[in-house]
Design a protein around this ligand. Structure first.
Ligand code: UDX
Ligand code: UDX
Length: 425
């Protein structure tokens, strides 16, 4: 049982804290956001994440999960200090590590001798050195331990990881960090800090590449009359390619891929390499927002009034309430720039919401579709598969569907008299 401080109670921080508590470690989470800490203290989970609420309540009731707004209090008796602070996209794509550095400088003198600082935030290659300098403590080691959890399945990803990556020049410290995961049946991958930091970016960039690739193949299929779903099965069954992350859609988004891909282009540049492939992946993704918006704007209709668009799904993917860099919002922006009016529904987003200015937020899919000229599926919420096409045929102004997630049953919607377009067919 180790004493762990977690700085930053965001998606990564809360999940890591609750899971480490579940693994019988003693946890103190610190965050500058007082209302978030108060909420957590009451055992309320501030984010939608499967299984996380239960783990939080369990950790609090077992007495090994605590919350504070005081970083120094959190770290004072800690053996390990996990840094889960934001590293947002900074000037021209370079990751901004100012929150991390400021917090590290703030707690440096409070750390007990022999404590280990662990970076879980996605930080540019070389950051371990920068953090060591900010700490300026020869008796405190710094270890890189990137996270690979996905929002929506964060708890499962943390407790059933494909691997745990630990990077440090201090082998003893690295093994101690690896020991924190000893109860998990997984591969521990020990390496140097720069390689560990690079693994995180390379993994995210590769996954983004896979998605941009299948979106590009979907465009080819549309051009030559092939069926992308058949192509996906045909290539995905090749073990060298693999079926996962080959779902075409409105483009990739979220709090990680957009900023991490841009950051990696910059990291490569700083190392003297022009990462043209990755710049292409980012460009294809931005084109995908346009392709989907174009499909929605160009549906057939018998009137010349303002296009009324019903958008189903606002979050960057199903299973989370996170709107950060959501492809849905980026497509909606293009629709509104083209003069369309948007009514939207998302099961996790309730009005009012300042991120959604200019969008009429509705409490149901039916109310969002009422009087619409096109129904656009932009997030793959499973509940949209239960919608009855006949109910929508009755309430729309013009019966058009653009399914940017290939989620619905095409035959059912066509059978009910609606036109149906998706991605790659
Ligand atoms: C964060 C990083 O943004 C991401 O790059 C990294 O890969 C994982 O950790 P996430 O957990 O999604 O991702 O961040 P976010 O949800 O924004 O949470 C960050 C938390 O840190 C917020 O609760 C914020 O209040 C807190 N914070 C921010 C501090 O406690 N101190 C600060 O100085 C800044
Ligand atoms: C990602 C990485 O998967 C995770 O390992 C890392 O730790 C953080 O970043 P996350 O941002 O939660 O996780 O989302 P992810 O499930 O990877 O989806 C990213 C985007 O790609 C979403 O917009 C999603 O809709 C899209 N996507 C994903 C597709 O369009 N097609 C796919 O096949 C998979």
């Amino acid at each position: 049982m180790a004493k762990i401080a977690v700085l930053g109670a965001g998606y990564v921080g809360i999940t890591s804290a609750a899971c480490f508590a579940y693994l019988d470690h003693q946890i103190m989470v610190s965050d500058i956001n007082e209302s978030r800490i108060a909420q957590l203290d009451r055992g309320e989970c501030p984010i939608i994440e499967a299984g996380l609420g239960e783990l939080l309540v369990e950790g609090i009731s077992r007495g090994n999960l605590h919350f504070t707004v005081d970083n120094n209090l959190a770290v004072s008796s800690a053996d390990f200090v996990f840094v889960c602070l934001p590293t947002p996209q900074g000037e021209n794509g370079v990751a901004d590590t100012s929150y991390v550095q400021k917090a590290i400088r703030g707690v440096a003198s409070q750390l007990k001798s022999g404590a280990i600082v662990v970076t879980k935030s996605t930080v540019p290659v070389g950051s371990t050195k920068i953090i060591e300098e900010a700490l300026n403590r020869s008796d405190v080691a710094v270890v890189s331990n990137p996270e690979f959890l996905r929002e929506g399945s964060a708890v499962d990803d943390f407790l059933n990881p494909d691997r745990v990556v630990v990077g440090s020049t201090d082998v003893n410290a690295a093994q101690k960090v690896a020991g924190l995961y000893s109860k998990l049946n997984t591969k521990i991958f020990l390496t140097d800090p720069a390689s560990a930091e690079t693994i995180k970016y390379a993994a995210n960039a590769f996954l983004a590449t896979k998605i941009s690739y299948i979106n590009a193949i979907a465009a080819v299929c549309e051009g030559v009359g092939a069926d992308v779903l058949a192509v996906i099965e045909g290539i995905g069954s090749d073990r060298r390619i693999g079926r996962s992350f080959l779902n075409p859609g409105p483009g990739w988004g979220g709090s990680c891929f957009p900023k991490d891909t841009k950051a990696l282009v910059k990291i490569a540049e700083s190392g003297g390499y022009d990462f043209a492939l990755l710049r292409g992946v980012i460009e294809v993704n931005e084109q995908q927002y346009d392709r989907v918006a174009h499909k929605i704007l160009n549906v057939t209709r018998s009137h010349s009034e303002v296009l009324q668009v019903c958008v189903l799904g606002l979050t960057f993917k199903a299973g989370t309430d996170d709107l950060r860099d959501s492809p849905s919002l980026l497509v909606i922006q293009k629709l509104r720039n083209a003069g369309a009016e948007v009514r939207a529904f998302d099961p996790t987003v309730s009005p009012p919401n300042s991120n959604l200015d200019g969008i009429v937020l509705c409490n149901s899919a039916q109310s969002a579709a009422s009087g619409a000229d096109v129904i656009a599926i932009l997030t793959e919420w499973p509940e949209f598969m239960e919608l009855r096409p006949v109910d929508f045929f009755k309430i729309v102004r013009t019966p058009n569907v653009v399914d940017a997630r290939n989620l619905l049953n095409r035959e059912n919607w066509l059978g009910a008299g609606l036109s149906y377009r998706d991605v790659g067919r």
